[in-house]
Design a protein around this ligand. Structure first.
Ligand code: NOJ
Ligand code: CA
Length: 706
């Protein structure tokens, strides 16, 4: 076996290996090594090591087609190619200014042993922090259109790792994480998973930790024209098997493709340190460069919104308390207002004033357009038209008012998951936006999808999200998608796609059992591996009774106030909401200063301390400035975090403003106690941060002029 091991590496780069000699091919970069082999039964497998440790034991590769004529039968190896790439690129926005893309590529050419002898390539890229691979179906005689019925990819793990997982719901990622051994993965007790068929089906990004100290993350990159990949866990052997999201036909079909075509990349990020996983740029590197011809109109930004007041039941999205509304058939002016409608002109002006006073770029307004009386839950096709305001929302007046204050309004398109309806109306909706000076839209997909039977994470919807990113880009519109499929790094290709939700956001703290304090320490290791999240941090009025005493009895957000500040740094996004109401911030303008100051675009990022499910401390350098911001968060346990400020420029003095949990603070008993202090520091200083249970700390570091 050993003598074949380095065959691919011994060949000069770019040369083609001949088939007959190669039983096994390898590629390596630093500690990461890949072995691809063809088993005696003609099944191709791959394995991954990190130094002397095993990441993936030999695991199957392959695609099965609907006709049964896929690549599940015996294959032969007909050759391989290698190449090495080492370059750098600059993202339009991001966590760092410049990204190194260094990998060794191994392309394995396979052919069916029996007739019709179809060809399949598997392309592997080995990075210093993991491996990506994808299937490529080349142009070939006798294969044009084909349906992928199953992907046979496996990720066999060498042990019963600790796993951070959410259940494999094809329509939602809005779950809290379970932390169990792989042998204990069982989604049955969790409500409300919509498809109960397999209690061992979970979602990616999947975060794993091995007993021998490896941190492994499994996900995918560049999900286009293909369904999302879920994973079925074998709780006895610790094998994971790819499970693609089915389409609406009920035939088990997953993807309809036309050769030449390729699948998304399957990604395995590995490090012996937890911060190494968070620093990985592997998924971005596997995505295509920006497809946009101009990007100067894309602006990372902070925003407020007529939003949380609906989630805490102080106001409503709907204008009337009635139902049985029909687009085109209802006279909105005749409806009796319910007196609680949040998106009224006067209230929106209040938010515009607040944004203008505090230098925030924009104001999201939800519930501005007709249809909310009848949205979600009815599986009805014509819910919203995206252009008709309620009678108390004056589009022209607000356009003018926002403009006069130097603030943008952010559009909201809740589709109620009637996606066919949205697609029919997108052109008119974006034209309306351009006419009224909106340049960003938050979309949403609450409820069951129309076309009926499609899933949020299937091929049809995946194409819709990409189509929406392209269509908004063509109109120079930035987009933030809620309830979309979880991201896979496509914001590199479509940098106007600033963020997605696609996880359980802060809003769950308003009206459900909420998010446990550990939640935000897991998100960067899971959901955020694929891209930025619109988590909506910044809740200051943590006890929600003050907004609606009758309905919010005892309800509170599971956080301390200082932790809400830290989230602006630990949860990366170029789009960050200051989610609370203006009147909540006005009570605590000293703490609000951090939200005003913190950047949303960065030249550098250092993850200083991290352990999934426990704590994260991250430092980031603001774009084009000498300023740094630090966020530090913990789970339900109090902690002391000691950090060295050696990332600061040597010789420079900085004024540090430290926003910390106050004495006796805790997420459940005393969440709003905080203290702010200032101190001068240099790159030689160290900090000891005391984090309260469920708490955090935020620090701004600004240079002191000499
Ligand atoms: C769910 C979204 O996540 C939330 O932000 C929004 O307010 C509601 N849907 C209504 O569209
Ligand atoms: Ca949501």
């Amino acid at each position: 076996m050993k003598k074949f091991l380095y065959l691919a590496l011994l060949l000069p780069l770019g040369q083609r290996a001949s088939a007959q000699h190669a039983a096994s091919l390898t590629a390596r970069l630093d500690k990461v090594s890949l072995t691809v082999a063809l088993a005696a039964n003609g099944q191709p497998t791959y394995a991954v090591h990190y130094g002397s440790k095993t990441v993936i034991t030999p695991s199957r590769l392959g695609l099965a087609f609907a006709s049964g004529q896929g690549f599940e039968g015996p294959l032969v190896l007909t050759g391989s190619d290698t190449k090495e790439v080492d370059d750098t690129w600059q993202p339009v926005w991001g966590e760092v200014k410049s990204i190194r893309n260094h990998y060794r590529q191994l392309t394995v050419h396979l052919r069916q042993a029996a007739a019709p002898g179809r060809r399949l390539d598997v392309v592997f890229r080995v990075f210093a922090d993991g491996v990506g691979f994808r299937y490529e179906v080349p142009q070939q005689p006798g294969l044009t259109y084909f349906t992928v019925q199953d992907e046979l990819t496996e990720f066999n793990l060498p042990g019963n790792h600790k796993a951070f997982w959410i259940p494999g719901d094809y329509d939602s990622n809005e779950y809290t994480y379970s932390t169990t051994r792989l042998s204990e993965v069982d989604t049955t007790p969790i409500e409300p998973i919509q498809q109960k068929s397999d209690p061992h089906r979970i979602q990616t990004p999947l975060m794993l930790k091995s007993d021998d100290g490896l941190y492994v993350n499994i996900h995918e990159a560049a999900l286009v024209n293909y369904p999302a990949m879920f994973l079925n866990v074998n709780t006895q052997t610790f094998g994971l098997r790819s499970q693609l999201v089915p389409d609406a036909t009920g035939t088990g079909a997953k993807a309809y493709l036309q050769a030449p075509e390729h699948t998304p990349w399957r990604t395995i990020v590995v490090s012996d340190k937890a911060p190494g996983v968070l620093a990985s740029k592997l998924i971005l590197n596997l995505n295509e460069p920006s497809a946009l011809t101009s990007t100067e109109w894309i602006r990372p930004q902070k925003f407020v919104g007529v939003w949380w007041e609906m989630h805490v039941n102080k106001a409503s999205w709907n204008y009337a308390d009635t139902s049985n509304i029909k687009l085109g058939g209802t006279n909105w002016n005749r409806l009796k207002p319910n007196g609680r409608h949040g998106a009224n002109t006067a209230n929106v002006k209040r938010y515009i004033d607040f944004a203008a006073t505090h230098g925030l770029a924009s104001v999201l307004v939800e519930g501005w357009n007709v249809g909310w009386e009848d949205w979600a839950g009815n599986w009805k096709e014509e819910v919203f038209d995206f252009v008709t305001p309620y009678p108390d929302f004056n589009v022209a007046e607000l356009q003018q008012y926002a403009h006069s204050k130097g603030v943008k309004l952010m559009m909201h398109h809740e589709t109620s998951s009637s996606v066919t309806n949205y697609e029919r109306r997108q052109d008119a909706a974006y034209r309306f936006m351009r006419e009224h000076n909106y340049d960003a839209v938050k979309t949403g997909y609450v409820g069951r999808i129309i076309p009926r039977g499609e899933h949020h994470d299937g091929q049809w919807m995946v194409n819709h999200y990409v189509h929406t990113a392209q269509k908004t880009a063509a109109n120079q519109i930035m987009v933030d998608m809620h309830e979309s499929v979880r991201p896979t790094g496509l914001h590199r290709t479509y940098p106007n796609w600033l963020a997605s939700e696609a996880a359980r956001g802060n809003e769950f703290n308003a009206w459900s059992t909420g998010n446990p304090p550990e939640h935000e320490t897991i998100l960067p290791f899971t959901r955020l591996m694929g891209g930025p999240m619109d988590y909506t941090p910044g809740i200051f009025q943590i006890q929600l009774e003050s907004w609606n005493p009758a309905q919010n009895k005892g309800k509170q957000v599971h956080t301390t106030l200082a932790k809400q500040l830290a989230l602006y740094v630990t949860l990366y996004s170029p789009l960050q909401m200051a989610a609370d109401l203006p009147e909540a911030y006005e009570q605590h303008l000293d703490a609000f200063q951090f939200i005003k100051d913190v950047a949303v675009d960065w030249d550098d990022t250092r993850v200083l301390l991290a352990e999934p499910g426990e704590y994260i401390t991250t430092a980031r350098k603001a774009k084009g400035k000498e300023e740094w911001y630090v966020g530090s968060i913990t789970d339900e346990n109090a902690r002391t975090q000691t950090l060295k400020l050696d990332f600061l420029t040597p010789g420079q003095r900085y004024e540090a403003t430290i926003y910390a949990d106050g004495p006796g603070a805790s997420w459940n008993k005393n969440p709003m106690a905080y203290q702010i202090r200032k101190q001068q520091v240099t790159s030689r200083s160290t900090f000891k941060l005391q984090l309260a249970p469920g708490g955090g700390a935020a620090i701004s570091l600004k240079p002191v002029q000499k």
